[in-house]
Structure formats: C-alpha cells, structure tokens
Design a protein around this ligand. Sequence first.
Ligand SMILES: *Cc1c(COP(=O)(O)O)cnc(C)c1O
Length: 810
Amino acid sequence: MVIDKENFKNDYIEKLQNMFAEDAVDASRLHQYFALGALIKDYCSKAWIKTNKEYGENKGKQVYYFSMEFLVGRLLNSNLVNLGIKDICVEAFGDLGINWIEIEDIELDAGLGNGGLGRLAACFLDSMASTGIPGHGCGIRYKYGLFKQKIENGYQVEVPDNWLKNGNVWEIRKENKAVEVRFAGDVYLKEENGETKVVHENYQSVRAVPYDTPIKGYKNNTVNTLRLWSAETMEEDFDFSSFSQGNYAKAGEDKYSVEAISQVLYPDDSYEKGRLLRLKQEYFFVSAGMQSIMKSYKKMDLSLQDFHKHVAVQINDTHPAVAVAELMRLLMDEEGLNWDDAYAITTATMAYTNHTIMAEALEKWPVDMFKKLLPRIYMITEEINRRFCNEIYHKYNGNWNKVNKMSIIQDGYIRMAYLAIVGSHSVNGVAKLHTELLKHQELSDFYEFYPEKFNNKTNGITHRRWLLNSNPELANLITETIGGSWIKSPNELHNLMDFAGDKNFQEKTQVIKTNHKIKFSNYVMSNLGTSIDPNSIFDVQVKRMHAYKRQLLNIFNIMNLYNQLRDNPNLDIVPRTFIFGAKASPSYYLAKQTIKLINTLASRINNDPIARDKIKIVFLENYGVSLAEKIIPCADVSEQISTASKEASGTGNMKFMMNGAITIATLDGANVEIFDAVGKENIILFGLTSQQVIEYYENKKYRASDLYDSDIRLNTIVNQLVNGFLHSNKMEFVTIHDSLIPHNDEFFVLKDFDSYVRAQSEIDRLFRQKSTWQQMAIVNIAKSGIFSSDNTIKQYAKEIWKAPAVKIKL
Ligand SMILES: *Cc1c(COP(=O)(O)O)cnc(C)c1O
C-alpha cells in the first residue's frame, strides 16, 4: 500500500468522523491525536497480522525479551518515521490547519522504566523489528510509570505519573489471551497410577491480561509485539457475597491487593530492597509471559523436546530470573517432562544479561519470603541448586569453600544472579570492560566453572530515535552529504570522516547545533525564567542521580570556577551553561540532597553579577525520554564521569556522541569503546582507571582527608558545604559533606577532582578553536554508527539466540 498525502488526508478525516463524529478543524487536540494514532495502528495492522502468521508458519526461532522495564517514551513520531509517512502527515496537517507540534505534545511518555536498563529494552524492540528479527517484549503494564518530578524550593517532589489517564492509543487489550498466575498455597507430591504428580492447593489466583503494542520496523513489513501484563482479580474470586451484603469495602480489598501488582513501577535504580510486592511483580509477568509462550508454541504442533530450537528467552538483568524455574515448572508439572529433559531445554532457552557489578545492587530474596509466595518455584530452585552444588563439589574434589561461595541459596537468601547464570546457556555483560570485570572479579568463580557461557554484548541505541527523529536537521545534512543508506546501515556514518576537515561541512553542523541551542534557550526562558546564552558551551549531565555517576564531581568543578571568579572577576573563561537533569530515587536521601545542592548553587550563581555572565546552571525538571530527545541535540559537552568500574555501559554517552557532543569521560563502561573508536584527539579523558579504583578498594590506601588537607581548592569547597556559605542552615548538606569526610569518599570525587578540572580547562581551550572543535564533533558523529543497537541486536541474534531475520512480504 502506498500512502500519499491525499489518501492520508481522506483516511484521517474519515477516522475522525468514525471515532468522534467530528471534522478535522473542530475536533479537540486530544481527538485529533487519538484519530491519528488509531489511523497509524490501522496502517500497521495488516503487516502485524501477516508478521504473526509468518512467524507461526515458518516456525523459525522467536525471541522473547523479558524485562521489568520498557522506557519507551512517545511512539507517535517513531511510528510515523518507521512507516515512512512522517513528512506526508506533517504536510497534510498543515493543509488541514492542525498544529503539528501541539498534537505531538498531547502524547504522554510511556515511562515504564527507571533509566538506562529500561531504555535499552525499548531500543532493542525498535532494532529487532527494524532488522527483521522475530523478537517480542514481555513486561508489566504499570498503571503508573516512574514518578513525575517537580522541583519545589530546590527540592525534588514526586508526583504520580498517570500516563494512562487519557487512554493509550497504541495498545490492544487481548482478553482472550489472559492467563492465571498462582501465588502461595500448599504444594505436595502425590503418587497417581505409578506417576508422581505435583499438587498445588489453596493458592491465590491472579488474572494476567495482556495488552499488546505493535512495534513497527523501519520501512519494512515487520511488526513485532510488546506484550505488557496487567493484574486483575479472577472473576470467580470477586467476593460477591460481601458485595451483595453491602460490604463493599471488603469485596474491594482483595481486588486492590491483586491490582496492586501492576499498579506502580518501583522507582529504584540499582538498589533492590527485597519487598514482597516487587517479588510478586517479577513472578507475575514471568509466569504470564512463559505460559503465553508455551501456549503459542503448542499451537505450532512441534515436539516439546525441540522447544529451545524455536524459542529464545533473554532476561534483562535478574528481575525476570524466576523464569528459569517457571519454565522448569511448565515443562515438568504441566507437560510431564522429566527433570533432565526439562533442565536441558530450559538452559538452552534462557540467556541472561548482567547490568551491574555493584555488590549492593545484586538482587537477593529471603528464603522465607520466597518459599511462602512461590512454594513450587522454591522447590525447583532448591533442586537446581542441590544438583549444581553437587557438580561443584565433584569438580573441585570436595572443596566446600567453593560450594559455599557459589551456592544459589546461601545465608537464608536466594541469589538471583546465580540462579540466572546456572539456568542459562549465555551470560553477557553490556560493555567490554564490564564483561571483563564480571569474568575476572565479581563472577570469577562462575567464569572458571562455565567459561563458555560468558560473552560481551556492548549496549547500543537506536539511531532512528536518537538521530533521525530527535535531530532531523542533522540527519538531513548527513543524507545530503553521504546519501541516505546510513539509515539502514548505520556503520556508513563512517563516510562522514571524509568531511571532518571540510570547512563548509563544519560550518553547517555548527549552524544546526547553534539553532538547537537557541531553541532550547527559549524553552528554558519560558519554562524556568532563566536566561542562558546560546553561544556559551552547553555542558550537559543528564542521567539518574546517583553517587557513582558523580554529579558531585561536576558540582565541585563549578564551585571551584565560582570561587575563582570571586577572586578574579576578569578570569578568562569561555562562558558555560551547566545543564543537569536527574531523578533521584525517593528513598535515596544523598541523591535528593544533591539535587537540592545543584538548585541552591544555581540560584546563587545565576543571580551573582560577578559570575552569571560566565557560568550558569540549569536544572531541568522531570528528566525522561522526551526531554532527552530535546536536550541531547543541544549539547556541546557530554558528561560521562562515573567512578571507573561502576558504570556497566552507559547509553547516554552514545546518544550525545551521535549528536556531535564531545565526551568528557572516565575510562568506564562503553566510554572505553568510544575512546577506542574516536581516538585520544576526539575525547577528553581524566581520572583513575578501573584497575586503580579496584586496587584502592583492596589496599584501603585512599584517604580523602589527605586531599582535603593538602588541596586548598578542595578544602574551601568541602567547607562551603557546611559553613553557611551556600545555605543558612549549615546542616542542609551535611550528609554530602560527611560522605566525603569522614566517610572517606567511596566514589573518589576528591581523588579525581584535579584531573577533572584540568580536563575541563582543556575543553575551554579547544572550544575556542572553532574548526578543531567542529572537526572533533564530526568525528564523533562519524564513529557513532557502531553504537547503533541494530549492531548489538545482530550480535545477540547471531551469537546467543541463533535467530535469523525473517522477511515479511505483504
Ligand atoms: C539513555 C537514557 C538513560 C541512560 O543514561 P545514562 O547516562 O547511560 O545513565 C536514562 N534515562 C533516559 C530517559 C534515557 O533516555
């Protein structure tokens, strides 16, 4: 079907009539938006049906990406672009007199994730569909996504994110595909006709109802599915006797406790707290997802023994790790397979992606809680562990120490990462450095035992959302310059290397950047009332607020600059705008105080005539996907300054690079690979290496107080946190102060300070040389193609899933 402007207009007008009995001009914006969404869904539906049919008939391998989070953001733009009708649509709207920008702004972000991990899952969906991999997402349809952040008096205030309040035009509720998920109760084994049967009684039932969202590939006919599960009460469990006796409250109670399961996303980034509801959520979507995979597998009429040849399940971090035991349960209890067959199939099906090496972030559950909530899953986990421990015992000639170290269940806890490793055939880290640290530090025992399981898959980002859609001006310039094949083959961005030194091309990229900066300055003026200079360096750090990401190091450099300016108002520096955006987990006090510190500093500096023409600070409220799309094209400098060894990969770093920002970086996560790609001339490195950091942790020779005593700049800054300089309440920032001294600066802020300040001066020096700077920016864009998630997905498909692409013909 070829859609041109005229038939698009007709379709759209008809859609508005049918849905709302309104014509295009009189309809409300909400209706205009909804009709457009519905029309796009119509355009996808034929290919969606065809894709599913093809997958069912071709019986090739299908991939299911299980993730607790999908940070999708908006879908309108990316659906239009992937359909190839964005321009037609914008023009048609112009003809109809509808303001396109206002329609775009109606859509609320699907904020079903915390940060990088959830956004990765969303980029992977786009790349699987666009590269033709039969790959689907499986997760939870949270009624409330990550909280909305408001800043009041400099403090973060959390507001519920009611993203479904206007309805969600992209999803389709699939009532007939609902399944039952069972919690708690009693489990025992029973002999029946000489066979052992598992009996599960007195359980609580939850109805899992799927909502499907089409994931349209870029200009192909593939439409994969994101299936998100919603928790509802089983109809027969609704307490009608209480209800009819007028006890509405009691009848509602059970309903609420069930629906709580898909009510809200946990706002934790990297730290798990072992809450019962969280475990319920994990098993809820995993069980629903595995059951639904099993159902569609059985429809294909294939042998269960071949399950792993047709199904691959990737688990995004350990949150879905109970999938190992759940698949064992389905194969044995429901399908009657024996342990050995079920185990072989399960491990051949499952693959696990690790996202962190921070010990405090490794998920573990108390045995008592786990056993009570998931009695059968616990039995299976215990048996997996018993057999695994046996293997270790024999391999290491009765070495109990090894058994103890590696046991899945230990000290009253179940360690989910270990369950995931044992139950999978593949364990991958998300950047080269991260995978090496897993192999040789955190998981070295497992690497020694299962070397063949470990592999690296460096994260990526979809260049469609993060360049083509968010920066169409730059995308068009690139296409004018090297042709448009880079969109299907992002590595071809490399052809821009021929233009890195081209004055004309440098000029054009610079103009695009400046225009973005002007637009953003206007946005900041109208939203925050702060005036910023579009000619200043836009120095951007946007990501979750976390001590290891070291927003504090950025702040220390700003405080140092401010102190210098107070001594010497004529200090010769290029004016700079420091832009922050970050949500803090509501229970993470240090992170929340860091937000307050940034805002306190902002109002101080932005209002001080000595400083405000040289440095400005902007804190952007409610950082999320849509804001990221706005700010990243404006950035001159990308702050990727985590303590080396702590950031598994980072993906923000890649988005900035792709939009021509210069990275100031530690050698951490994928920064190392960015450095390898662009070379030392085109990135600004500083700070301790991961090996040095690890050595300091081991030898305990780092003393923050020595630096505090010896470096007058640090001494001043650290004192300013608590001496009334920043805030009349001297206690306001005492927690931040104490984390450094006396608590010895776990993340080496003081240690890396001097090196960071020098790196920032280097940026100041380079930015003055317009041509050099622009050349660096172009090299970064040219080398960014390798970080397209299309490449990452192709590696997963080839090396882990063994899933070839499928071409869908209409
Ligand atoms: C990319 C992205 C992240 C991850 O950023 P990092 O700098 O890698 O931590 C977090 N949040 C949003 C909204 C993103 O788009």
